[in-house]
Write a protein that binds this ligand. Structure first.
Ligand code: BGN
Length: 369
């Protein structure tokens, strides 16, 4: 009897000991997490502050920061009013890991977002949505291309969140909104092709192209909008997909290719009218060209999508299932080399360049009448 009691007591003691150990471990983890958040918080007040302690790519800290941390008072350098002239001092190359990133961001779409406010908060952004870091020379010039129609209030949020992020990332960039004229069926991929050509017409030094939907806002500024030696997929963990990649070959939402990668796949398909499939076709093109997709860490590639009803004139494309089976046959003849369109208006706004374009209409679907 007493041996039985002794055995039970021993087991209870062991369980209590284990619990204590677990408690201690959790306390240590929490302590370091709070310490990391403190470091990130202080780094917001100093562009060259201790954020280096949190290496942007390696850290998984979850500090939440308000986007207005990027207003001039945040210590962010402002862009010069013009590009440096021939006598301007040569600036050092921009660092691979920009100092002053804040990590995880608080993104919400509840309060209204007037363009005047966005403009006021981004005084360093030049006409047409151009920006050059004032304190270093970036390795790339990035054109951000947004296919667009009737989503003005999404665009306001996008500009509000993205300009400060891109500035903190020390990018030289320009924003191009490619606005499909008329009410015919929407064609996302063709608009992206137009954006590539039109951005290059404006500035032939663009060598990185980021293609972004207007309703997708990154939740972490360590997701750097740059190109690499392989095509990059940025929007890998969207809230609407439970912060996971919906399938291994997903390449939708926000992606980036440098000029030679884009030309190597003959750009994007022009013949996907309506919703769906064009991103899968682009994925096929990249694989067929022997390239691989590069992606950020799943904790960093998080996105919020602005909720909206399904767009009119962007119904699911019933041809997409067969079309994505035929990329190998179609990619040579359908792409950047064969895109036909007419630019109706180029207007340089304070925060973006708006290009309205007639891209035609689908040859046979949906039936018109
Ligand atoms: C896929 C769509 C993509 C879309 C994702 C996420 C197709 C092709 C036929 C299977 N692909 O199913 O275009 O980005 O869902 O919504 O519909």
């Amino acid at each position: 009897m007493s041996r039985l009691l002794g055995g039970t007591l021993e087991r209870v003691c062991k369980a209590v000991l284990l619990l204590c150990l677990l408690h201690f471990l959790v306390a240590v983890i929490l302590y370091f997490d709070v310490y990391a958040q403190h470091l990130a918080f202080f780094s917001r007040f100093s562009a060259r502050g201790p954020s280096r302690a949190l290496h942007p790519a390696a850290s998984s800290s979850t500090n939440c920061s308000r986007p207005n941390a990027t207003a001039p008072s945040s210590g962010l350098p402002e862009a010069p009013s013009a590009r440096p002239g021939p006598t301007a001092p040569v600036l050092p190359p921009c660092p691979d890991s920009p100092p002053g990133l804040v990590g995880r961001l608080l993104i919400e779409f509840t309060s209204p977002m007037p363009l005047e406010r966005v403009q006021r908060e981004n005084p360093g952004v030049l006409l047409g949505g151009r920006y050059t870091p004032p304190d270093c020379t970036p390795a790339q010039t990035v054109a951000v291309i947004i296919p667009f129609r009737h989503r003005e209030h999404h665009l306001r949020y996008w500009l509000h969140y993205l300009h400060p992020i891109l500035r903190r990332q020390r990018l030289r960039y320009g924003i191009y909104v490619i606005n499909q004229h008329g009410e015919d069926t929407f064609n996302r991929a063709k608009l992206l092709n137009v954006g590539f050509l039109e951005a290059l017409k404006e500035d032939s030094t663009y060598n990185c192209f980021i293609f972004s939907d207007v309703d997708l806002v990154p939740m972490d500024d360590r997701n750097l909008y740059r190109c690499g030696d392989q095509p990059r997929h940025f929007a890998i963990a969207m809230d609407k997909f439970g912060f996971r990649l919906p399938y291994a070959g997903y390449f939708g939402g926000v992606s980036g290719l440098n000029k030679s990668q884009f030309l190597r796949i003959n750009g994007f398909p022009n013949e996907y009218w309506g919703w769906g499939g064009e991103d899968d076709d682009i994925f096929n093109r990249i694989s067929l060209a022997g390239m691989k997709i590069s992606r950020p860490d799943i904790r960093i590639g998080r996105y919020r999508m602005i909720k909206h009803d399904r767009d009119k004139h962007n119904e699911p494309n019933p041809q997409r299932f067969t079309k994505i089976q035929n990329t190998k046959l179609t990619m040579k003849r359908d792409g950047i080399g064969s895109v036909r369109y007419q630019v109706l208006e180029v207007s340089r706004q304070p925060l973006f360049t708006n290009i309205t374009v007639d891209i035609g209409r689908p040859p046979s679907w949906p039936p018109r009448g």
